[in-house]
Design a protein around this ligand. Sequence first.
Ligand SMILES: Nc1ncnc2c1ncn2[C@@H]1O[C@H](COP(=O)(O)OP(=O)(O)OP(=O)(O)O)[C@@H](O)[C@H]1O
Ligand SMILES: [Mg+2]
Length: 351
Amino acid sequence: MRPVPERPVDLGHDAEEPAREELLAVRDLRKHFSSRRRFLERRPDPVRAVDGVSFTLRRGETLGLVGESGCGKSTTARAILRLVEPTGGQIRYDGEDVTDMSASALRRFRRRAQMVFQDPEGSLNPRMRVGDALLEVLQVHRLHPGRSARRRRVGELLELVGLLPEHGRRYPHQLSGGQRQRVGIARALSVEPELLVLDEPVSALDVSVQAQILNLLHDLQQELQLTYLLISHDLAVVEQASHRVAVMYLGRIVEVAEAYQVYQAAKHPYTRALLSAIPRIETAGARGRKVLLVGDTPSPIRPPRGCPFHPRCTDSRKDGECGWRVPALEPQLDGGRVACLKVGGDSRSRT
Ligand SMILES: Nc1ncnc2c1ncn2[C@@H]1O[C@H](COP(=O)(O)OP(=O)(O)OP(=O)(O)O)[C@@H](O)[C@H]1O
Ligand SMILES: [Mg+2]
């Protein structure tokens, strides 16, 4: 298996590359959960898990979605695939409104957009050999009619993800974590999707196995022209594997830009603080001064007024507008977007 390169192999965009077509557009997505009623409380405030998320995903690219635990990454993913019903906002997939789809259109959409989870063991039937589990998916979706054609397809799927036919005869517990994740990917690919939403796909794996799975995902993307939304709390994983990166904080996107821009010249104070926290061999001097993340993440039940990050921000003036104005995700001259009143936006790139 090829080692993971310092920078992604030909994942960068060069100036000559034509603009990629938009596959998914998420606008002001919100998902609020009702929270438990506390003593003497009449109507409890909702948990604002996702509170105005906007981004686009272009065909064939990997968009990394990063942020601390509890910031709403998984809820965003689930709301996009309508595994939970969004509270508000728009989701357009290949020009179609996902929030307004009929049952049959939703079924078609869910074949085109598949989810891969952190813990494939939890989503694999422990009493079923993995080959039979893949066979069942093909049967349910009426793909590759005929028993021998389906068996052949299962063999191809196993090979596609770097497994041998004998792995198909094993039960999930007889596979290593990395092999189980390969089965999870094979199962997602069995319905020939265009988009994979990968929710912490390597977080449960050793670093060396993480690298193998990231390489596999990279090769599959090239071979099958897949589009990825790659969710991780690990910035190093996202850096290796993404074309663009969206940084999430307390239910919102605070910065989105090309991966190299985020990692070399992050603009939002939260992104800078997150990057400062990654242990690296190269000195912090090469990346500018260390920015410490102070305090705990506020509760999504009562997010702070104004900029959600301002109570932890070392750049904000607590008595200034950061305390009462919510920053919009403003376009920047370099093509990125940042939601910070101190950074502002580029008026020329506003539409
Ligand atoms: N079904 C639910 N009911 C109530 N609150 C929920 C529900 N699901 C998630 N939440 C809350 O929504 C917020 C966002 O959760 P989510 O799982 O999306 O975060 P995450 O960014 O994926 O975190 P992690 O990195 O730990 O996976 C959290 O405060 C969580 O407690
Ligand atoms: Mg999660």
